[in-house]
Write a protein that binds this ligand. Structure first.
Ligand code: DAT
Length: 177
């Protein structure tokens, strides 16, 4: 049984997954598992989508590559999808949201995204694609949506997630006593 939780930090590109994971890793000691980095390092990319200028991940290969670590617990999983992960691996799903299209537009255009990729991501955020995916793939009780527009949001969200982790860990201790 895990003594430290696995938390997915998901959302449309540009919502703030990386900044939240870095802050949370610093605050909680959980480890930031960037799926993008893992897929690169462990050769889990399958094909390149020219139109969306993005690599498509071989999900089976990726899950095999991270299974041992996930079973140990204590990970902040940073990825713009969540429905590929087995339910039993995950204790909390945080969907970051950026309701202001202009803020998200600025973040993505400063990355140099081309028009098709930019529009695809803005649409995904407007329609709440990642949020729907999270609620479909996991039990409602473990899914939380948090706004990530301003610096203060990062601080408040991380404090909230840290408090949740503390209570998860003390519940686990209670269950094993
Ligand atoms: P992601 O990992 O989801 O693609 P990111 O963490 O790299 O996103 O953030 C993209 C940019 O937006 C980066 O320059 C940090 C900034 N940002 C994200 N969330 C923010 C927030 N709540 N307040 C201020 N800046 C934020």
């Amino acid at each position: 049984m895990r003594t430290s939780p696995n938390v997915i930090i998901t959302g449309t590109p540009g919502v703030g997954k990386t900044v939240h994971c870095e802050q949370l890793a610093h605050d909680t000691g959980l480890r930031h598992l960037s799926i993008n980095q893992i897929a690169k390092d462990r050769d889990c990319f399958e094909t390149y989508d020219d139109e969306l200028e993005t690599w498509i991940v071989d999900e089976d290969k990726l899950l095999d590559a991270i299974e041992d670590e996930m079973l140990q617990g204590g990970l902040l999983v940073d990825w713009h999808a969540c429905d590929l992960f087995p339910k039993s691996w995950i204790d909390l799903v945080v969907v970051l949201r950026c309701p202001s299209t202009s803020i998200l537009y600025d973040r993505l255009s400063s990355r140099g995204y081309k028009q098709a990729k930019l529009q695809e991501n803005l649409d995904a955020e407007i329609f709440g694609v990642l949020s729907d995916e999270a609620y479909e793939a996991f039990d409602e009780e473990i899914v939380v949506e948090l706004t990530s527009e301003k610096d203060d949001d990062v601080e408040n969200n991380c404090a909230r997630i840290s408090a949740w982790m503390d209570s998860w860990e003390s519940n686990q201790r209670g269950n094993t006593d």
